[in-house]
Design a protein around this ligand. Structure first.
Ligand code: HEC
Length: 261
């Protein structure tokens, strides 16, 4: 019995580990799409340009990504590998994790499985939630992951984002907007936690930046479940096959029982 209790405790531990990762903030929802190869290709490009230097994806081989994302291996070798690595190798880097821990306070974790750990919504919101905070070593903090050691590496794309005060819709405890019964308009409250990007400081506008982070998160979701697109395709054929066989067996049954009655 003791062992059973211990085992159940161990099984529910990961749930607490994720829950303790940060404050409860509303995450922006995205629908990842393993079939959108163009999005995955753009995401991989962003990953190797902006993330791979610090974060390995050691369970992902370049060649497997080339095949799954419908890219010729030569093009991947030429445009997406910046080290002397070969296309058959895993996506690793030359960073010493002990040194990195000294620089950033924590070593950058491998990100092959990150979406399985945190979820796509978390990653998508996290990457868009850095804001200026001069009290931090790299001058930025993050709403989703307070006091994170990671610098805002996408700053040149997004621009300088900081917290500002603005009127925001008021929500009740169930998360729905509070409507003024007299005027019929939604009530607002002042919040000084509104993230705003200083205009002209990034190379992308907000919609373009959101799209770029969507593609990046989509690629990270692919890495976490590389078989997803295959299983969806095969699953469809399997269902069609079952339907077809149901029909065949139905007529077969009719044939077998024809003379019995
Ligand atoms: C300069 C190095 C550096 C670069 C480049 C970088 N990161 Fe990070 N990242 C870090 C460090 C260090 C941490 C760990 C921070 C901590 O635990 O406080 C981290 C943490 C993270 C986490 C949270 C991991 C967790 O604990 O679950 C995610 C997600 C992440 N990075 C994604 C990215 C993505 C995507 C990119 C590319 C756009 C990127 N990072 C680029 C250094 C970097």
């Amino acid at each position: 019995m003791k062992k059973l209790i211990l085992l159940s405790l161990m099984l529910i531990m990961p749930a607490f580990a994720v829950a303790s990762a940060g404050p409860k903030v509303a995450l922006d929802h995205i629908q990842t799409d393993a079939a959108d190869k163009a999005s995955l290709q753009r995401g991989m490009k962003t990953y190797v340009n902006y993330c791979l230097g610090c974060h390995t994806a050691q369970y992902q081989r370049y060649i497997r990504a080339a095949e799954d994302l419908h890219m010729p291996a030569e093009l991947v070798a030429e445009h997406l590998i910046f080290s002397d690595q070969k296309v058959g190798e895993q996506m690793t880097n030359a960073m010493d994790s002990k040194l990195a821990a000294d620089w950033f306070g924590a070593p950058p974790p491998d990100l092959t499985n990150e979406v399985n750990l945190r979820g796509a919504d978390w990653v998508y919101t996290y990457l868009r939630s850095f804001y200026v905070d001069d009290s931090r070593p790299y001058g930025v903090n993050n709403v989703v992951f307070p006091s994170v050691g990671m610098p805002n590496v996408l700053l040149e794309l997004q621009g300088v984002q900081s917290k500002a005060c603005a009127q925001v819709p008021k929500y009740d405890e169930h998360g729905s907007a509070v409507i003024d019964s007299l005027t019929g308009k939604a009530l607002t409250v002042e919040s000084c936690e509104v993230l705003t990007v200083a205009e002209g400081t990034g190379s992308m506008n907000q919609a373009q930046f959101d799209a770029a982070v969507y593609d990046l998160t989509n690629f990270m979701s692919y890495m976490a479940k590389p078989y997803k697109s295959d299983s969806q395709r095969i699953g469809m054929w399997a269902i069609l096959f079952c339907l077809l066989m149901t029909l065949v067996f139905y007529f077969l049954k009719k044939e077998f029982w024809r003379d019995v009655h």
